[in-house]
Design a protein around this ligand. Structure first.
Ligand code: C2E
Ligand code: CA
Ligand code: CA
Ligand code: CA
Length: 278
């Protein structure tokens, strides 16, 4: 609909057009980007704050568009998801991250490799064969591969989700619940999901030590994870105070700018050296 003389409406419709155009642009460019090798992965170290060992990395996708420059994942992952492109894109991510993990292994820099899965990918029939293929091709020990899922992806058809989780576990691959605490999974469900790890969402960590509520929630999540015998990682850790608080509450694995932002392959090697040889 076009404006009929009313400025506000005209303005509004222009904004909608701009948003729709951007979406269309990204949708079209996504189709080209994979073939044109515009994607890269960065890796963010997960560090044991007590021993200063790197326990693993989370792979995070980066898109460098020839004209638009860097396009952050928050701008395109949901569009890739809506169009179904995420399945192909996600297969590339899995392949790339596992190959990198094996290059790390070859250098003696062992560690987990965590990969984000989207809802569509998780539900896709091809997921299990994609995973077993890549494990076979790379000879990667399956327990080094961690898949990150969100609570909302598990909550719709809970029975189907549990079946799929067991299929993944059968391959020997580990499972993490990402952004934990922001979704709606109840304790009783959590017990039924065969997961290995919880990642405390950044939103709880970022205002420690100012926000008393967030500290209580974080402490409760850590305590609950321990009761359920799940590993726990705190995300978005930016300060020494946050590390101290987490240590006091028995959470030693942390990920965040305090130790390192997501970094490229050669920076990963430097980071590993800097921690292992202080
Ligand atoms: P996420 O899985 O929660 O990833 C953590 C995000 O927090 C990353 O943003 C990371 O760069 C950022 N981060 C890490 N440490 C800190 C910190 O100390 N402070 C702050 N302020 N931020 C920190 P990024 O890379 O922009 O990714 C955003 C989201 O995009 C991810 O959130 C994930 O949901 C999605 N994503 C990224 N890569 C992939 C992928 O390969 N596949 C899928 N399906 N989703 C991905
Ligand atoms: Ca994640
Ligand atoms: Ca997260
Ligand atoms: Ca997130």
């Amino acid at each position: 609909a076009k404006a009929k003389g009313r400025n506000t409406f005209h303005f509004y419709s222009q904004e909608l057009d701009a948003a729709a155009n951007e979406r269309l642009f990204i949708e079209n460019e996504l189709r080209i980007a994979l073939k044109a090798k515009q994607f890269k992965l960065n890796y963010q170290p997960q560090v044991n704050s007590q021993t200063m060992e790197v326990i693993g990395y989370e792979a995070l996708i980066r898109w460098y568009h020839p004209e638009k420059g860097f396009i952050p994942p928050d701008k395109f992952i949901h569009i890739a998801e809506a169009t179904g492109m995420i399945v192909e894109l996600g297969e590339w991510v899995i392949d790339e991250a596992c190959h990198f993990s094996m290059r790390l292994q070859a250098l003696g820099q062992a560690g987990n490799m965590s990969i984000n899965l989207s809802a569509r990918q998780f539900k896709d029939d091809r997921l299990i064969s994609t995973l077993s293929d890549v494990l076979e091709r790379t000879k990667m020990p399956p327990n080094l591969l961690h898949l990150e899922l969100t609570e909302s992806m598990l909550m719709g058809d809970v029975e189907a989700a549990i079946t799929q989780l067991h299929e993944i576990k059968r391959l020997g691959v580990a499972l993490s619940i990402d952004d934990f605490g922001t979704g709606y999974s109840s304790l009783s469900y959590l017990k039924r999901f065969p997961v290995d790890m919880l990642k405390v969402d950044r939103s709880f960590v970022q205002d420690i030590p100012e926000d008393q509520n967030d500290m209580e929630i974080t402490a409760a999540i850590i305590a609950m994870a321990q009761k359920l015998k799940l590993q726990v990682v705190a995300e978005g850790v930016e300060t020494q105070e946050q590390v101290d608080f987490l240590q006091k509450n028995n959470c030693f694995i942390v990920q965040g700018y305090f130790y390192s932002p997501p970094i490229n392959e050669s920076e990963v090697h430097d980071f590993y050296q800097s921690l292992q040889r202080p």
